[in-house]
Ligand binder design. Structure first.
Ligand code: AMP
Ligand code: FE
Ligand code: FE
Ligand code: ZN
Length: 279
């Protein structure tokens, strides 16, 4: 059987409540899933409750957007319990940074002639990690954009007309904090990294040196041969080849739990390998 170690609920920018994510995953069936909402663990308790009597394991996780010498990386942290702890205690600051940035984005959108308010945005969100996807949803609800994809393409994408930076952890801090919290880390969708002067492999090796455990080789948006190449790279570097769909419910309607675009299989052994990396 298979696992899916990259899933979003409406605790961040997915559209399904955590218990529905678990219900859908158990129905496939998958043996284990990781809930990896952006900057929040608030979906974990409900997800965990939903696993009882369903024969599926829940790995508590979180996805962080981090900086590595000017290079943006998404970092998945696994086995992060929703209690106080080194990484956990930083999440609130990261969410506060989102609030500052959301205000800037809305102000810019208003200047550009898109009259939406923070109240409109909060109405599109059910969780505590509010971000660009919810702003996109507010633009759609107001009839100003067709869907999230158009809102990102025309306005919200990195470097787009309504884009603002926000506070991030460094990749090294994220790995060290996750490790101190009893967790392990894996670089999400590694091919989205724009490594600039250095190579992806350099980035993997630099972060392996500070404790990185894996890279997300089995990613739904990658062709099977690319997944294999990334898994080979992971093996060469002594990293775990992790995987997941990046399911967001209706937020990314083409991606299904477990199978991604239909051809994703993340083997059970990935989770065993990640467990073995815990300190
Ligand atoms: P934020 O965390 O607020 O910076 O928003 C980034 C999130 O927006 C990513 O994690 C994706 O889930 C989502 N996203 C980015 N680009 C797109 C897109 N073109 N269409 C839909 N969602 C997107
Ligand atoms: Fe997302
Ligand atoms: Fe991501
Ligand atoms: Zn994600």
């Amino acid at each position: 059987m298979a696992v899916d170690l990259h899933l979003h609920s409406n605790a961040s920018d997915g559209t399904d409540p955590p218990e529905i994510v678990v219900e859908k995953a158990a129905a496939i069936p998958l043996t284990a899933i990781a809930l990896t909402d952006h900057d929040t663990l608030s979906g974990i308790p409900a997800a965990r409750d939903a696993t009882r009597s369903r024969g599926i394991d829940l790995i508590p996780g979180v996805e962080l957007s981090v900086d590595h010498h000017g290079v943006k990386i998404h970092m998945l942290a696994y086995f992060i319990e929703p209690v106080a702890g080194p990484l956990q205690d930083r999440l609130e600051e990261l969410r506060a940074g989102r609030a500052v940035r959301n205000d800037l984005i809305i102000e810019r959108l208003n200047e550009l002639g898109y009259p939406i308010t923070m109240a409109d945005v909060l109405e599109r969100s059910s969780g505590d990690a509010v971000g660009r996807p919810h702003i996109a949803d507010a633009l759609v609800a107001a009839g100003l954009m067709k869907d999230r994809a158009q809102a990102f393409h025309e306005l919200l994408r990195d470097g787009g007309p309504a884009y603002f930076e926000r506070d991030r952890l460094t990749a090294t801090d994220a790995i060290e904090l996750a490790t101190a919290s009893g967790g392990v880390t894996s670089i999400a969708h590694p091919l989205t990294i724009d490594a600039g002067e250095s190579t992806l492999r350099d980035v993997f090796e630099e972060l392996r040196a500070v404790g990185l455990a894996g890279i997300e080789a089995y990613y739904s948006e990658y062709a099977p041969n690319i997944r294999t190449q990334l898994a080979d790279t992971a093996a060469e570097l002594g990293l775990v080849a992790t995987g997941g769909s990046d399911y967001h419910g209706a937020g990314k309607p083409h991606l299904s739990i477990g199978t991604g675009r239909g051809d994703l299989v993340v083997p059970d052994s990935v989770l065993e390998e990640l467990r073995a990396r815990r300190g």
